[in-house]
Design a protein around this ligand. Structure first.
Ligand SMILES: [Zn+2]
Length: 375
């Protein structure tokens, strides 16, 4: 059984350690110490150096007795969105929130807490289990940068359970979209707006034409698109010669994503052409989609574990990306489990300690079931 007092202590410790993206060093060393006390071998990879952060990803390895069981990964991310400095958690009826001046950081310290509680239960009760890898990533909130730079040579697990999903516990994300970023730089011609306007080429007009004619928002039930950044111009008396825009598109279907990106490119090009401007366009793959079902062992294990402890599961697709996409992209089938956090990325973020406890108990059962299936 999960120990709510222990969960509260761990969770409160974690949310009071400041860990904005690229500044995870303090929380990494706390977690390294925690896992080493549980007999984990812990390494920190070099992702931090590659992405300009002060810590790499934490990779913990527990040498389990059951050598026939598949090695499992349990993963969560250590960084939080801002504002996250001097977080003070308040508790009422076992529900924790911040004092209102920062986010709580349950995203994803609740996920970390559930994983640590699962390990405490397994080790204190000497549950017979296989090898366990714990991966706590950095800079997830900055485009999954930690997971993208994870040192895969140190990983041997077959399946991964990521605990980084909001909403009611029991929710499991088994489908998530691919995402492309699109960047465009419109180049016009700068002239004095009062003296020679007819000699200028206005890059703001080109950009606004392109955006106003683009299909954006929800394209269909599987596809979304957005333009989220626009920068350009210097003064009212100058015809602007440079505007940069940044957008994205996501879809559960590769074909629909390709169609949407092509549609955005066509609009950028034709708008530029219509005013005589140039446009440079760059499309970057952010991450690949994944879709897992009942035929996948990672799903079968979760279903069986839920059945044993009578835990309600609800499989869902999401419009968001997470480290789960990157594990799947690297050939490690992975699911994203809810830990019960609510209103993430806001100062109203909250979580129930009971939900962390129930999630931990579900993870314990996943470890037990994987052990049985492996033998
Ligand atoms: Zn998260």
């Amino acid at each position: 059984m999960a120990n709510i007092d222990r969960i509260q202590k761990t969770f409160f410790d974690l949310v009071q350690i400041e860990s904005p993206s690229f500044n995870e060093k303090r929380i990494t060393s706390y977690l390294k110490g925690y896992l080493e006390k549980l007999n984990f071998e812990v390494t920190i990879d070099s992702a931090g150096k590659k992405i300009g952060g002060n810590s790499g990803n934490l990779i913990g390895f527990y040498n389990g007795e059951n050598k026939k069981a598949p090695t499992l990964i349990f993963a969560a991310h250590m960084d939080t969105v801002t504002p996250c400095l001097k977080t003070r958690p308040l508790i009422e009826n076992k529900v924790v929130r911040s004092n209102g001046s920062t986010v709580l950081g349950a995203d994803d310290k609740a996920g970390i807490s559930a994983i640590l509680e699962m390990l405490e239960i397994i080790l204190k009760n000497k549950i017979y289990c296989g090898d366990i890898e714990v991966i706590f990533t950095v800079a997830e909130e900055k485009g999954l940068l930690g997971a993208k730079n994870l040192d895969l040579s140190k990983i041997k697990a077959k399946y991964a359970y990521v605990v980084d999903c909001e909403g009611p516990i029991g929710k499991i994300v088994n489908k998530a979209p691919s995402q492309d970023w699109i960047k465009a730089h419109f180049k016009g011609k700068a002239v004095h707006a009062g003296l020679y306007p007819e000699k200028g080429i206005n890059a703001i007009i080109a950009a606004s034409k392109a955006i106003s004619e683009m299909k954006l928002g929800r394209i269909d039930e599987e596809t979304t698109a957005n333009v989220g950044v626009i920068k350009g111009g210097t003064a009212t008396n100058i015809v602007p010669d440079s505007v940069k825009i940044e957008g994205e598109a996501r879809s559960l279907s590769e074909e629909k994503l390709k169609n949407q990106i092509n549609h955005m490119i066509d609009n950028l090009n034709s708008a530029a052409k219509s005013v005589g401007a140039d446009v440079e366009i760059e499309v970057i793959r952010a991450y690949d989609s994944f879709s897992l079902d009942i035929n996948d062992e990672v799903v079968k294990i979760a279903l069986k574990a839920a059945e044993v402890i009578d835990f309600d599961l609800k499989f869902e697709s999401t419009g968001g990306g997470s480290d789960t996409n990157i594990f799947n992209q690297n050939g490690i089938p992975a699911l994203n489990l809810s830990v019960g956090m609510n209103n993430v990325h806001s100062k109203e973020e909250n979580i129930s300690l009971d939900d962390i406890g129930k999630t931990a108990e579900f993870l314990v059962e996943i470890v037990k079931v994987a052990g049985l299936r492996g033998t």
